[in-house]
Design a protein around this ligand. Structure first.
Ligand code: GAL
Length: 277
């Protein structure tokens, strides 16, 4: 029996909302292994963040889109620190050198810039789907082809049971969402979709933050704020439950039957170039 009665498994615009128990992994895997798509994963590992690569890649090989073709595109300012991880057949790593940044906020936003440039130049010819992912995470369970769609967004674990969201509320920012508007709040740490749709959205986040910078404003949660504005008015084709990005800081409730990927506990002050702010 496939289905859940304790959670919504469809959004009010009729997109699937994916939870453990709402799909048959055997059927899904069979469909996608026949289609054999090429999936790009873009991660940024600059400064001390290269220490997260090993855990991310090794666990990714165990749980992320197993049996499909995956290329991890690693943007880094420190190539020597990229670990040598054994990958399964059909999977590879491409290292892309980027300059260092002084503030973690700039690190986050530069990810949109490098991704825009590199998708345009290179990835577009090498992939059908693209995921943007934060590197400071580890896979714990299957993160499979049920996550794929034209545009898939993950509900932020801290807000999926709330109706107050941390959108950008200052009209001066391009990410502005008026009070009273909004339905879901999505994380920017995991999102994915068709290559061309992702390209448009990554570029949108980059350009909107550049506009903000010209006007001396930075959206409250950087590219996450721009992403949420976009998704409010251009609905994602599929919504993924917070199983698709949890945090090791928090114990899940009974609706989370399994955690597929989780953000690691880290010392922000130690790991970020400009400390914890
Ligand atoms: C935090 C997360 C931030 C941002 C924020 C939104 O838990 O670390 O990246 O998503 O929530 O309130």
């Amino acid at each position: 029996m496939i289905g859940r009665t304790d959670v919504n498994s469809v959004t009010n615009w009729n997109a699937p909302l994916v939870w453990e128990g709402t799909f048959d992994p055997v059927v899904i895997d069979d469909i996608y292994r026949r289609m054999n798509p090429r999936v790009a994963v873009v991660v940024l590992a600059v400064g001390k963040y290269t220490r997260f690569l090993k855990g991310f890649l090794e666990s990714g090989e165990k749980y992320f889109l197993v049996g499909l073709r995956v290329t991890y595109y690693i943007f880094t300012d420190n190539e020597q620190d990229v670990p040598n991880v054994t990958l399964s057949e059909g999977r590879k790593i491409t290292i892309l050198p980027v300059p260092s940044a002084k503030r973690w906020q700039d690190v986050v936003l530069s990810k949109m810039k490098w991704a825009t440039v590199t998708i345009d130049k290179q990835i577009r010819n090498e992939a059908d789907y693209l995921f943007m992912m934060d590197i400071d995470s580890v896979f714990y369970n299957r993160f499979g082809a049920e996550s794929l769609s034209r545009m898939s967004a993950v509900l932020h674990r801290a807000f999926y049971k709330r109706d107050q969201f941390p959108y950008e509320r200052r009209p001066e920012s391009k990410a502005y969402i008026p009070a009273g508007e909004g339905d879901y709040y999505y994380t920017a740490a995991v999102w994915g979709g068709y290559l061309e749709d992702m390209y448009r959205l990554v570029k949108y986040c980059y350009e909107q933050s550049e506009e903000d910078a010209k006007n001396n404003i930075e959206a409250v949660w950087q590219e996450e704020s721009h992403l949420n504005k976009y998704f409010l008015y251009n609905k994602p084709a599929k919504v993924l439950s917070p199983e698709y990005l949890w945090s090791d800081y928090e114990t899940p409730g009974s609706d989370i039957k399994l955690i597929r990927i989780s953000q690691l506990v880290k010392d922000y002050a130690e790991v970020r170039p400009n400390g914890g702010q």
